[in-house]
Design a protein around this ligand. Structure first.
Ligand code: MRU
Length: 349
């Protein structure tokens, strides 16, 4: 599949540094943050300047290279010891998206297996980060195309609901869930996207809506609590979401609110698809209950912009992700094809 002309790339390597689209400022402002140090990359991931599981993986891979080039030694053992420290600081940024750990492990493996000099190994690490980025883009195109084979055939033009942002901004480009939606649009099979606003950080209202507007894909933003009503009215033909980590049995962690959406979809007989690269599947975890769930600062709940909306004296709980059980998922759409959750394990080989 060919990329569209106005495609968005959240992570770009240029002039010896990484340019990140600052996702905390969209849609009001399109700003780019230049990152030249590993420490700054870790901070950008932590503060969600770059976010979305595959994009975090790509950013962390570049973070590993930036850290490697800061290490001032010719000695291989010293280099590897210091690179482990870079890896650890990147690992501490966000716990749920497994792509982060996957990309860091892949970069470390390359460094350990390199028989070249330390300087040459640094160059190999940069090439590996670029490969990870390129592969993710190809993967997203494949996911988009594979999604077409499982989307409902009726009606001819589908109305698809998505949650959070699993688009170009959350990947190397094109997107996973939004990649499927983009492919459906390209094929003339899409009527409209419904984007859940996605409390508390509003990735749906801000980022998914912004991406759709860039490509003139018709989009309707709804509050998260409106999805059941829309399904009851028959307005939604299928749900397509991304994932941050999928366990071997097909249980899928994604942005908080995904689980309730899946339950509602089940109740209304609406097919529920999870679109994700195999780098998001943690085959070492037997089931979703073992997936670590990030808890974020309560201000994401009690504050809207600069305004505090809750009275003093209340407590808060702010899990950033939830786990949708495999039995609520119709298909998991990967770059290797769309499979039933129970068949996911076959793709590990
Ligand atoms: O907290 P975020 O914005 O990083 O969460 C992102 C999501 O939950 C996405 O749906 C998921 O990472 C899939 S991105 C292709």
């Amino acid at each position: 599949m060919n990329q569209s002309s106005n495609q968005v790339y959240p992570v770009v390597w240029h002039d010896d540094r990484v340019a990140l689209i600052d996702q905390t400022r969209l849609p009001q402002e399109y700003a780019v943050v230049e990152i030249g140090r590993s420490e700054d990359m870790a901070q950008a991931i932590r503060t969600m300047i770059v976010r979305g599981a595959p994009a975090i993986g790509v950013a962390a891979a570049y973070g590993m290279y930036l850290g490697a080039r800061e290490i001032d030694t010719d000695d291989r053992t010293t280099f590897l010891n210091q690179l482990e420290k870079v890896a650890e600081s990147l690992r501490q940024t966000r716990p749920t998206a497994v792509n982060l750990f996957w990309a860091i492990s892949r970069m470390l493996k390359i460094a350990y297996e390199s028989i070249a000099s330390v300087e040459e190994t640094k160059t190999i690490l940069l090439k590996t980060a670029q490969e990870i980025q390129k592969e993710d883009l190809q993967t997203c195109y494949a996911i988009g195309d594979n999604g077409l084979s499982v989307l409902p055939r009726e009606p001819a033009k589908l109305t698809l609901l998505t949650h959070c942002n699993a688009g170009a901004l959350a990947t190397a480009g094109y997107g996973t869930a939004l990649g499927v939606i983009r492919s459906a649009w390209r094929e003339g099979r899409l009527n409209r996207v419904y984007a859940d606003e996605t409390r508390p950080r509003l990735q749906g209202a801000k980022l998914t809506a912004w991406e759709c507007v860039q490509e003139r894909i018709p989009v309707t933003v709804i509050s998260d609590n409106m999805a059941a009503h829309c399904m009851k009215l028959g307005a939604i033909d299928a749900v397509v979401v991304g994932a941050d980590r999928i366990a071997a049995n097909g249980d899928a962690a994604n942005k908080i609110g995904t689980y309730s959406l899946a339950l509602v979809a089940k109740a209304h007989g609406v097919p529920f698809f999870v679109a994700a690269p195999l780098s998001t599947v943690d085959f070492e975890l037997a089931e979703g209950d073992l997936i670590p769930i990030e808890e974020r600062h309560p201000s994401e709940i009690y504050q809207v912009g600069e305004t505090v909306i809750c009275p003093a004296g209340v407590e808060f709980y702010n899990p950033a992700f939830d786990v949708t059980p495999a039995e609520l998922i119709s298909h998991i759409i990967t770059e290797k094809g769309a499979v039933k959750p129970s068949e996911l394990i076959n793709l590990s080989r």
